[in-house]
Design a protein around this ligand. Structure first.
Ligand SMILES: Nc1ncnc2c1ncn2[C@@H]1O[C@H](COP(=O)(O)OP(=O)(O)O)[C@@H](O)[C@H]1O
Ligand SMILES: [Mg+2]
Length: 327
């Protein structure tokens, strides 16, 4: 019952573009006006709106990222795609300027001339060529502008998360304000999300305690869920491995990009540990639903920090966030 009490106003506020909510819920207008436009210099947007640029930037600063295999930039390369793919058993193709999981093809295995999606569906070379052509034409890019297709290594996720994510790699979204982590959630792939852990594709969002890396509770399609819909796994048992490293990696992304209001997406590779998947300069607000808390009180705390506090080392910033925002 107590849950329903915060849940209904929270849903209303997120659906209507409210400015400031009761419960400290951040609405869309307030996010844009008080955080994105105040803390994010537009000149830095291209670094995060283009996954290839983000990857190169991260590599420059020794932030681990999924290994880049190739970049397809022209129809000429599309015609020759078999040569690029012939030795690959698993890989991911994505639009460099895409978002929300759109246009991402996750291929986890091979069966003769075909590749296998995580759902088991087979994909032919011709289908991949058509898909890449669509990416180049800008079908999935921000603003419909021409794009390039990234081919990258397919992450094998950490064993401890098996059962929590179905047919796809879970990612961890951390909102970082002025270099301080303020809220986190993990997104778990489901059969309907087709190998991608994006909420709009049908993934489950689970709020994560900044202090411990443990689950708070889950939401799917705007409804509260306690178990994973495909595996039946109890979401309350979820613990993100390498939690301190995940938070430090996320917090460092502020130093690297200069963006003061940032959504960082991290994945945990079974061998290489936490790595940066992508960055968002306009992160969504649903993280509040998965945490049962509004962002505003936490962001207000960060607004008041002095320049000296903003310049503290990463580990210190993470420690302070964990202390201030322990659930
Ligand atoms: N290299 C990869 N290996 C495995 N899964 C991936 C990889 N890249 C992306 N995915 C899946 O697709 C989802 C969305 O990828 P992401 O790069 O964040 O793009 P978008 O901007 O569309 O959200 C991830 O959460 C993950 O589930
Ligand atoms: Mg993403």
């Amino acid at each position: 019952m107590a849950l329903l009490n915060w849940w209904q106003p929270l849903r209303k506020m997120l659906i209507a573009p409210a400015v400031l909510g009761r419960n400290g819920v951040l609405g869309m207008n307030a996010r844009n006006r008080l955080y994105i436009s105040r803390y994010n210099n537009r000149a830095f947007y291209p670094l995060v709106d283009n996954k290839l640029k983000t990857k190169r930037l991260a590599e420059q600063f020794d932030i681990p990222v999924p290994e880049l295999i190739d970049v397809i930039e022209s129809q000429h390369q599309v015609a020759d795609l078999q040569r690029y793919l012939q030795l690959l058993n698993s890989f991911v193709i994505k639009p460099s300027k895409g978002s929300g999981g759109k246009g991402i093809l996750v291929l986890q295995g091979r069966d003769g001339d075909h590749w296998i999606k995580s759902s088991g569906a087979l994909v032919s070379l011709q289908e991949i060529q058509r898909h890449v052509s669509n990416i180049l034409a800008g079908l999935y890019s921000l603003g419909g502008t021409p794009d390039v297709a990234i081919i990258e290594h397919c992450i094998q996720f950490d064993q401890s998360l098996v059962g929590f994510s179905h047919e796809g790699v879970p990612d961890i979204r951390v909102i970082v304000c002025r270099g301080y982590p303020v809220m986190a959630m993990t997104r778990l792939a489901t059969h309907s999300s087709d190998g991608k852990a994006n909420l709009h594709q049908g993934a489950v969002g689970v709020g994560i305690s900044l202090l411990t890396g443990k689950a708070i509770f889950g939401v799917m399609q705007g409804q509260r869920v306690k178990i994973h819909p495909d595996t039946g796994e109890d979401l309350a048992r979820l613990q993100i491995p390498h939690w301190q490293t995940v938070l430090e990696l996320a917090a460092r992304c502020y130093d690297v990009t200069g963006l003061g209001y940032l959504g960082t997406d991290v994945v945990i590779d079974a061998e290489r540990g936490p790595m940066l998947l992508e960055l968002n300069a306009r992160p969504g607000l649903a993280i509040q639903m998965a945490n049962g808390q509004g962002l505003l009180p936490r962001l207000r705390k960060i607004d008041q920090l002095s320049h000296a506090e903003i310049r503290k080392p990463v580990a210190e910033r993470v420690r302070l966030s964990q202390q201030w925002f322990a659930d």
